[in-house]
Ligand binder design. Structure first.
Ligand code: AMP
Length: 415
């Protein structure tokens, strides 16, 4: 079943979206990309005569009610984006009546699902080492099913359009699907597009394939780095990871970010790349700063000769050239993670060089996929988001999909 061939007329649709938008200290939305991302699905259902029950999580309230993470804060923004009134259910597990009263064209937004521990299905207040943990987990899984069943009871049809949480087997992203038959559950447009983009990267690789992995740590990216090693021609590892590699090879890295327990892993990655004939591109020079701040004093130096008291915060000019050389001729490109502390305006050059090279390659016919919160923030910051082939809304979900893992949110619907 797809959203295009389903008859929504007179039906109540419960739609899992990812409205986990960033808010400032006054509760104002600072980036509404995720709300805009869900609009095609939501508007389609309303246009076809359905009514909407929208559900999402926000932040990490850890199973407790916390006004800081209330979706009431975004109700008006959702109403504005949809161009209609939005009703609000202040308790997502007590919304049966509000849902039953919905008329075609009406919209009900449920309060944050994660105010209930059942959403994530992890037992609270008990340590994994506790002998009673397994029992607690079993009990929680049972109440997670009850919670999912309750949500399912609000609607005739279930639509999952939350790619950002598709790698989680939560009540609203996967378990709920068990309570709808195959004809009454489907992926939304955003999910379909994301799944297709991953498919383009994995199954239809036009070469050369260049992957760029950045960010602060090797440890959180190791799964995907190892997986990509079998697929790519060029692998650029940048950002904070640079210094773990430099130190592993005997370099002096000053105060740069480093994972001392991952030095062997870094050497292993270098060895594997050689064995597999992958062109591994690591930074050779950096912009070092005398403090972790936008206004720090800076100098360009080799990544393996950073003086004490200085730390590498961005890629240097020679490195940026190496990156561009590996990106520009590529026909398939994946970018996840910045090449420097791009949040500071004075340390954006490495990420900007990557983004610009990707745009050039895309103009020359490459398929380019940019994913993960920080790389997306980069292309947005540089005004280049509409000049790459696809900007993914998924961070962890995108990486797991590219690692070849089956996403529970997709499997729950597609089997
Ligand atoms: P991650 O969450 O692992 O994808 O990392 C993203 C973060 O890495 C961003 O907030 C960047 O500021 C940070 N980052 C990138 N390069 C560096 C660096 N050289 N030193 C410290 N942090 C960095």
């Amino acid at each position: 079943m797809t959203i295009d061939n389903y008859d929504f007329s007179g039906k109540k649709a419960i739609v899992r979206v990812d409205f986990n938008v960033p808010l400032d200290e006054n509760g104002n939305i600072t980036d509404d990309t995720r709300i805009r991302g869900a609009l095609p699905t939501l508007k389609h259902i309303l246009d076809k005569g359905g009514s909407l029950i929208i559900m999402s999580h926000m932040g990490k309230p850890k199973g407790k009610v916390n006004p800081k993470f209330s979706l009431a804060q975004i109700k008006d923004a959702v109403a504005k984006a949809l161009g209609c009134d939005v009703k609000f259910a202040p308790d997502c597990a007590d919304a049966a009546e509000a849902a039953a009263n919905l008329k075609p064209g009406e919209v009900l937004l449920l309060e944050n699902l994660r105010f209930y521990p059942e959403e994530e299905g992890k037992p609270v207040g008990i340590d994994k080492a506790d002998p009673a943990y397994d029992e607690a987990k079993k009990a929680m899984k049972a109440s997670q099913k009850e919670f999912a069943k309750k949500l399912a009871g609000y609607a005739d049809v279930y639509v999952n359009d939350a790619f950002g949480t598709a790698h989680r087997k939560h009540a609203s992203t996967a378990v709920i699907a068990d309570y709808f038959d195959a004809d009454n559950k489907m992926l939304g447009y955003l999910m379909e597009k994301e799944v297709q983009a991953v498919d383009n990267i994995l199954s239809d690789i036009k070469r050369p394939f260049t992957a760029i992995m950045g960010g602060s740590k090797v440890s959180t990216k190791i799964g995907i780095i190892e997986n990509l090693m079998d697929k790519v021609d060029n692998l650029i590892l940048c950002g904070g990871m640079t210094y773990t590699f430099a130190k592993a090879q005997g370099g002096k890295i000053g105060n740069s970010i480093v994972e001392d327990d991952k030095l062997d892993l870094a050497l292993d990655i270098i060895k594997k790349a050689k064995e597999k004939g992958v062109n591994l591109v690591l930074g050779i020079d950096c912009i070092a700063a005398d403090s972790y701040s936008n206004d720090a004093k800076t100098m360009v130096c080799p990544v393996n000769e950073i003086p004490d008291g200085w730390e590498g915060l961005d890629a240097g000019p020679k490195t940026r050239e190496l990156f561009a050389e590996a990106i520009k001729p590529a026909k398939t490109i994946l970018w996840n993670g910045p090449a420097g502390v791009f949040e500071f305006d004075n340390f954006t050059a490495g990420s900007r060089a990557i983004a610009e090279a990707i745009v050039e390659a895309t103009n020359n016919g490459a398929f380019s996929l940019v994913g993960g919160g920080d790389s997306v923030a980069c292309v947005n910051k540089f005004g280049l988001a509409d000049q790459v082939s696809y900007v993914s809304t998924g961070g962890g979900a995108l990486l797991e999909a590219i690692e070849g893992k089956v996403l529970p949110g997709v499997a729950a619907i597609k089997g």
